[in-house]
Design a protein around this ligand. Structure first.
Ligand SMILES: NC(=O)c1ccc[n+]([C@@H]2O[C@H](COP(=O)([O-])OP(=O)(O)OC[C@H]3O[C@@H](n4cnc5c(N)ncnc54)[C@H](OP(=O)(O)O)[C@@H]3O)[C@@H](O)[C@H]2O)c1
Length: 223
């Protein structure tokens, strides 16, 4: 049986990742600030209360699961900036919070769980990033969110180089613009169009994909 660990698992894309892997019969470590929200979801689901910026809690969870192999780690939890952050109107507190959740927390998760992933069969380390972090496709604005995802991408590029030798495949995924609390009602994709497609991409990952920035439909995104 394969095992996946997902952060931000109680709503939005994270909740659908839980449902998709449950339907595949996987064991799921579903990490959420309020894991009770997952009680109605059927499957081999193990809920863990986790605020991803509580790094002592991240370490404690990694220790609690120290005997386990985790085939796929999905760092999904993320936030957008509280308000549109334009040049000259940057709110430093908002900026720091966005970086804490979107950039530092996934790196701490990867560091805490890389050995669990390395001892598994599939060995896949996935971060849910965003096309908005692409320097090549940048159209300006949204400084904090964009920069937090660009930095996340760089982290994953570094991890790919550092642990690729252990056979771990590290990728960042763009889910598309999706109708969640974050994406809003005008987003072009439903959750059903995004998450199953991302799961298909993750299923198909090979060691040669290590270090890629991949769209939900499998296409490459420029860094
Ligand atoms: N939707 C889009 O169009 C879109 C596009 C590109 C990238 N993304 C990325 O996709 C990921 C998921 O986004 P979404 O659309 O599903 O957003 P969402 O509906 O707003 O859900 C965000 C999730 O992240 C969790 N989270 C936020 N801060 C957290 C923290 N400090 N500790 C633990 N969990 C935390 C939330 O948990 P709570 O329920 O506890 O708040 C929630 O489960 C994010 O990384 C986002 O940047 C989304």
């Amino acid at each position: 049986m394969s095992t996946v660990l997902i952060t931000g698992a109680a709503r939005g894309l994270g909740l659908d990742f839980v449902k998709q892997y449950a339907a595949k019969g996987w064991k799921i470590h579903a990490c959420a600030r309020k894991p009770d929200a997952l009680k109605g979801v059927k499957g081999d689901i193990h809920g863990h209360a986790l605020e991803v910026t509580d790094y002592a809690a991240v370490k404690a969870l990694a220790q609690k699961l120290s005997g386990e192999a985790i085939d796929v780690l999905i760092c999904n939890a993320g936030i957008s900036a509280g308000r549109d952050q334009g040049l000259g109107t940057i709110e430093p507190a908002d900026w720091r919070q966005v970086f804490e959740v979107n950039t530092l927390a996934p790196l701490m998760m990867a560091g805490a769980f890389v050995d669990h992933v390395a001892r598994s069969k599939e060995r896949k380390l996935v971060a849910v990033s965003s096309r908005m972090g692409s320097v090549g496709e940048n159209s300006g604005g949204s400084y904090a969110y964009r920069a937090s995802k660009t930095a996340l991408n760089m982290e994953w590029s570094c991890i790919a180089k550092d642990v690729g030798g252990k056979g771990v495949t590290c990728v960042v995924l763009h889910p598309g613009w999706v109708q969640t609390d974050m994406g809003g009602k005008n987003a072009t994709l439903t959750i059903d169009q995004s998450v199953p497609a991302m799961v298909k991409v993750i299923d198909g990952l090979k060691p040669a994909d290590n270090g890629r920035f991949i769209n939900y439909d499998g296409g490459a995104i420029p860094w």
